[in-house]
Design a protein around this ligand. Structure first.
Ligand SMILES: [Zn+2]
Length: 335
């Protein structure tokens, strides 16, 4: 998620200047040691235990400026992590965009030509269209197709609590609860302008045992997102059985995490005028208590909560463009 045009945030070319005061607390890692690979595809490494077991894929840099995932992979490589069964693939996806990462203009490196996380259908990947992201997605595709389990690591433009995006299927929801963090789980159907990697192929098929999660670790460059990514990776690796359990326990926080909450997305609020504005400065995951409460104003029209305890998911506070999603609404379950 994050900075896609459909989410109503400016594209690479236009930067929300009023957000330029967000501190860059994380340092983009040097990933050049991970370029060459025995897989034959740069930046994608498959570690084989030589034993039967699932193929587990941890993917970072689907979006080039979301660096907490790259930091987690760099740490895994430096620990020389190895699978104890099956295969473990560690992938840096949109490296070309990441290579443009510049702390003086950190918003400009989300992608080169288009959103890497909207091209994941067979028709698009098999089709004639060309872009930097499609070229890379076609390289990554065989690994995604071989994977039984995927964790795709992201972060968000707006400062907001972390969320696990588990897709629309019950198997994805179960997977998110099994991993156990972060606290908030969002079940959704994705985006109308393209398909995400986590919804591709067997991941989006209720009859397939394959399963995928997308974690949004917090704001792109805040210190906490690095910790969220690290904890999520190790809990994911432990649950899938990819790594030595004792090794995972050493990395996982001792304190029990908060009980998870499931939010099912019901609506997308589309801005229909240039003067869409929220009633209050929301940052995400706020609960609007009563049906009919005003969430925002779209021109002179109020946008109201359609039901009690309506959760606001990743609101876009600045420069919302007409026709684009300003916020998604969800129902809180097991509250
Ligand atoms: Zn992202």
């Amino acid at each position: 998620m994050g900075i896609t045009p459909t989410m109503g945030i400016p594209t690479n070319a236009t930067i929300a200047t009023d957000m330029s005061d967000i501190a860059i607390e994380l340092q983009a890692p040097d990933i050049t040691p991970y370029r060459r690979s025995t897989t034959g595809v740069d930046w994608i490494h498959t570690l084989d235990s030589g034993k039967p077991g699932p193929h587990v894929l941890v993917n970072a840099l689907t979006h080039g400026n979301e660096i907490c995932g790259a930091i987690a992979l760099d740490r895994l490589f430096r620990m020389d992590v190895r699978p104890v069964q099956g295969k473990l693939t560690l992938a840096f996806a949109n490296v070309r965009a990441f290579e443009r990462f510049d702390t003086r203009n950190p918003y400009a490196s989300r992608f080169i030509d288009e959103d890497f996380n909207r091209v994941w259908t067979r028709a698009t990947l098999d089709g004639p269209r060309k872009s930097a992201e499609l070229e890379r997605a076609r390289e990554l595709r065989p690994f995604v197709e071989q994977a039984d389990f995927l964790l795709d690591i992201h972060s968000m433009l707006e400062p907001s609590p972390p969320v696990m995006i588990c897709g629309p299927l019950e198997k994805g929801i179960r997977f998110a609860f099994d991993v156990g963090v972060p606290e908030h789980i969002v079940s959704d159907t994705g985006h109308s302008n393209g398909t995400r990697m986590r919804d591709y192929g067997g991941f989006g098929d209720p009859a397939s045992p394959k399963n995928a999660l997308l974690v949004e670790c917090g704001q792109h460059w805040e210190r906490a997102s690095e910790h969220v990514a690290w904890q999520t990776v190790w809990r994911f690796l432990r649950h899938t059985g990819a790594v030595d359990r004792a090794q995972a326990e050493e990395q996982i926080d001792r304190a029990a995490p908060p009980r998870q909450k499931l939010i099912r997305v019901t609506d997308a609020v589309i801005a229909s005028t240039p003067s869409f504005r929220f009633a209050r400065p929301y940052t995400g995951l706020e609960i609007v208590p009563r049906r009919g409460d005003v969430i925002a104003w779209d021109g002179s029209q109020p946008v109201v909560a359609p039901y009690d305890n309506c959760v606001l998911i990743m609101p876009v506070p600045n420069n919302i463009k007409t026709g684009l999603t300003a916020v998604r609404l969800g129902r809180l379950e097991n509250a």
